[in-house]
Design a protein around this ligand. Structure first.
Ligand SMILES: Nc1ncnc2c1ncn2[C@@H]1O[C@H](COP(=O)(O)OP(=O)(O)OP(=O)(O)O)[C@@H](O)[C@H]1O
Ligand SMILES: [Mg+2]
Length: 257
């Protein structure tokens, strides 16, 4: 075992990236995420949250350093890094590509070299965990968006990665499913990175939260610290209390606090 000083699951140093030469998105971003932590990343739309996640397993490469544990992300480590880090994309259709949910979820485990029977067990277990028990033979194109999102999550969980990075997992989910997913994320035996515009579920499940603004991490803190920083939340367009106040001004009676 490594000592506690080597407990970082993800390290990002001075990451600089832009899709176009004169329009930088990440401008020297640094971040350390501890092993086992549930780490939230919040920020305005277009801030670069999804872009940042795509650097974790080398789908994008900027200047600077990204490492998973002690392993730098680079051409020589891609296969290993992609086993260690599972990205759950915002759009499930980026993740589902076979004719049935069962095959989609079994794809990773079979690729890891598991036998059909063991892979089948993992598929059943993982589909049950995401609330899709019995969906093995269903066609992904005939599912609701919320169901497809959970199926995409199942394809990642079936690989049992050390780090699971979620991009907007709560979008398009029914409130009851948001709650169920919060429970699932809280119980994952992995380091979790959670990018979300839905601030309440993020505050509720994360140990620490970073706010991404102008290409860097503007602040990292506990959910309570971030929730109390209304100036920062409002700069990031994330102050839900101002949304509540706006709803009240429009005459919505939300009952007592
Ligand atoms: N493939 C691409 N080519 C060019 N520009 C892109 C590309 N993908 C994203 N961008 C731009 O990069 C910026 C960051 O995008 P990104 O998707 O990372 O933002 P985000 O923080 O995830 O936003 P949201 O909360 O809306 O999902 C945006 O201005 C976006 O328009
Ligand atoms: Mg995004």
């Amino acid at each position: 075992m490594s000592g506690t000083s080597r407990g970082a699951a993800v390290g990002i140093e001075d990451l600089v990236f832009g899709y176009e030469k004169d329009r930088p998105i990440l401008r020297g971003l640094s971040l350390e995420i501890e092993a086992g932590e549930r780490f939230g990343i919040l920020g305005p739309s277009g801030a670069g949250k999804s872009t940042l996640l795509l650097h974790l397993n080398g789908l994008l490469r900027g200047e600077g350093r990204v490492r998973i544990g002690d392993e730098p992300v680079g051409p020589a480590t891609l296969a290993s890094v992609r086993r260690r880090v599972g990205l759950v994309f915002e759009d499930p259709d980026d993740q589902l590509f076979t004719p049935t949910i069962g095959e989609d979820v079994a794809f990773g485990p079979l690729n890891l070299g598991l036998g059909r029977e063991e892979a089948g067990r993992r598929v059943r277990d993982v589909l049950e965990r995401v609330g899709l028990a019995g969906f093995e033979r269903r066609n992904p194109h005939r599912l609701s968006l919320g169901e497809r999102k959970r199926a995409a999550l199942a394809t990642v969980l079936s690989m049992a990665p050390e780090v699971v990075a979620f991009d907007e997992p709560f979008s398009n989910l029914h409130p009851a499913l948001v709650e169920r997913l919060m429970g699932l994320i809280a119980g994952l035996d992995a380091t979790v990175i959670l990018v979300s515009q839905q601030i309440l579920p993020a505050l509720a499940v994360c140990d620490r939260i970073a706010v991404l603004l102008d290409g860097r991490i503007a602040r990292t803190g506990t959910p309570a610290e971030i929730a109390a920083d209304r100036a920062l939340l409002s700069a990031a367009g994330l102050d839900i209390r101002s949304t509540l106040e706006a709803a009240r001004r429009r005459g919505v009676d939300l009952g007592p606090e």
